[in-house]
Design a protein around this ligand. Structure first.
Ligand SMILES: Cc1cc2nc3c(=O)[nH]c(=O)nc-3n(C[C@H](O)[C@H](O)[C@H](O)COP(=O)(O)OP(=O)(O)OC[C@H]3O[C@@H](n4cnc5c(N)ncnc54)[C@H](O)[C@@H]3O)c2cc1C
Length: 330
């Protein structure tokens, strides 16, 4: 997919760099040796807290524990807001009518053992599909990443120093320095594989606690020294949450193919980046499965709420079973 603006996708990414300093006062940015503020390497929990505080300071009202359940449609098919429930208020219904609705609901990696992803059900995708939105780059969503077997610790950079062995102890030379773990996937089909990180330089090992605080935790809990012991490895599916497909973006405002509906972050496609360049243009119209037979008036439910199958659901009925089954009952 070409970048809708024609300026290239980098323009979107540079926007983050441009706006990051506006978080000053809410986030304690580190300084380099010369004392200059260092605008990168943000710590996620504090970053999210800073974003939230900035938004609240600018007058945004935040509804916590209040999942959106459906988008509202106008009779012309444009999105007019959303509706959901406040779980901490006895599931009291809320409705927000808006000129623009931004889906920032993340991607989909439902039931993936990937760190923090098991309950990432793809709610936003489902709501967008129901409204008729199109997706882009979803065929690149089969990326898997390495982890020590039995753990969800998928910070994978350290595995650039991995040496792999099969169950008989034979070194698997071809897997050294592996990038996309395809070789490892084939090897795992033959049986369990093991790894050590013995090739990691000592200065990096010493700094690992600081750079990747959680990386060594599962090893410590299991009494494994990853730099000397051989430990079993596995691959975890990543869904769409690490820089692959998502809702197709049609203009510089990050609007989707449905008027009034916008997508950001993991909910939006990143397929205009390197993967499309490598594999060529590719998109498909997941939303097309759902008819647009709506007899909706302003702010009614989206038409697919009455759909009787989940063919178009990005999770194909597996992601977000409660929601999908709920739709079937509707
Ligand atoms: C193991 C791992 C390591 C990563 N490492 C890095 C890294 O080093 N650097 C990097 O840049 N990125 C990294 N990423 C990717 C990064 O975490 C994501 O790109 C980023 O968190 C996406 O942010 P988001 O706000 O779009 O979505 P999310 O962080 O997924 O947030 C979506 C939010 O929407 C909420 N939500 C979902 N559905 C609804 C609904 N129906 N109603 C209301 N709320 C809803 C969810 O509860 C969630 O809070 C990593 C991801 C993983 C899994």
């Amino acid at each position: 997919m070409d970048c809708p603006s024609g300026r290239g996708w980098n323009a979107f990414w540079i926007e983050t760099w441009r706006t990051l300093p506006t978080l000053a006062g809410y986030y304690e940015f580190p300084r380099d040796a010369s004392g200059a503020v260092f605008y990168r390497g943000l710590r996620p929990p504090e970053y999210v807290r800073a974003l939230r505080n900035l938004a609240i300071a600018r007058g945004v009202r935040s509804l916590d524990h209040s999942p959106a359940l459906e988008l509202l449609l106008r009779s012309d098919g444009s999105v007019a807001g959303a509706r959901g429930v406040q779980r901490q208020a006895g599931n009291q219904a809320w409705t927000v009518r808006a000129a623009g609705t931004v889906l920032a609901t993340g991607g989909c990696a439902f039931l993936s053992p990937l760190l923090g992803s098991r309950n990432n059900t793809g709610d936003g995708y489902l709501m967008a599909v129901e409204a008729g939105a199109e997706f882009s780059g979803m065929e690149f969503c089969s990326q898997h990443t390495i982890a020590a077997a039995g753990t969800s610790q998928t910070r994978s950079a350290s595995y650039s120093f991995a040496t792999f062995y099969d169950a008989s102890g034979r070194e698997l030379d071809s897997l050294r320095g592996l990038g996309e773990f395809r070789g490892l996937a084939s090897a795992l089909l033959e049986g369990p594989d093991y790894c050590t990180l013995a090739r990691m330089p000592s200065d990096l090992r010493a700094a690992l606690h600081r750079i990747r605080p959680a990386f060594q935790l599962p090893f410590e809990r299991q009494g494994i020294d990853p730099f000397t012991d051989r430990f079993p490895v596995t691959l975890h599916g990543e869904g769409t949450i690490r820089g692959v497909g998502g809702l197709r973006i049609v203009n510089e405002d990050c609007e989707t193919s449905v008027s009034g509906l916008f997508a950001v972050g993991d909910a939006a496609t990143r397929a205009g980046g390197r993967r499309d360049i490598r594999r060529g243009q590719s998109e498909f119209r997941l939303g097309a499965d759902f008819g647009r037979e709506s007899e909706t008036s302003d702010c009614s439910f989206s038409p697919a709420r009455r759909a009787t199958n989940c063919r178009g659901c990005p999770t194909r009925g597996r992601g977000g079973p409660a929601r999908c089954k709920g739709r079937r009952r509707d």
